[in-house]
Design a binder for this molecule. Sequence first.
Ligand SMILES: [Zn+2]
Length: 245
Amino acid sequence: MTTNEALIVVDYQNGFIPEHASGVNELPVEWGELLAPVINQLMRETRTRWWLVIATRDWHPRGHMSLARNYIWKNPFDTITYNEVTNAKKHTPRLWEEAEFSLEDLQVELWAGMWPQVLWPDHCIADTPWAEYFRWLDTDLIDHHIIKWDDPKTEMYSGFFWREMRQDDTVVRVTDILRDAWVEVVKIVWLATDFCVQSTAVDAVKNGFKTMIDKRAIAWVMVKSPEDTVAYLQKLRDEKGVEYI
Ligand SMILES: [Zn+2]
């Protein structure tokens, strides 16, 4: 007897592909385009067995709290903490006008997160070409398209929260898609293993699925050396129950 599987392709979008990303205001991932044939093949294999393919997309409003552009005193890849926001409230000005969040919103978000928030360069801005799938991805092979949670006040790395939940909480959730298809095993690929892939994987475990990151088609943003990536995956396995293959 075989076990039903789903493949989740996390954020294979123009904003992360060097050919499209400017390198200044976007977030290019070196050689990212070369994984397209691998991801396509994994999707094809999944469908050959009548299993499910889900693809997520990062979808940030320009005024999103995770983008460095909205902070007057910050640069891309800086971090921000709860205490720093509390101090920043004493000084003006602090946020650019386009910001769709307040320092109070940030305090709530950072307190809930309990870790420093990375402030990213612009990437995958909603309704721009950078938020589209990279054109080498064979989108005919995708069963479900998920646009990730786009509330400007909260960071959302996980594909388990999606935009429509905000407008209509009766809408089917990713967990329901998986359960309706009797999925037991979830495999996850692409970017970034140290952020969105990890968060999506941890949520998959929390929802009761056996979860694996497939090393053949992943990329990293902060973790660079091969030894560090292996150590990171081992830690994720030991502490969060996310397997890797
Ligand atoms: Zn993002």
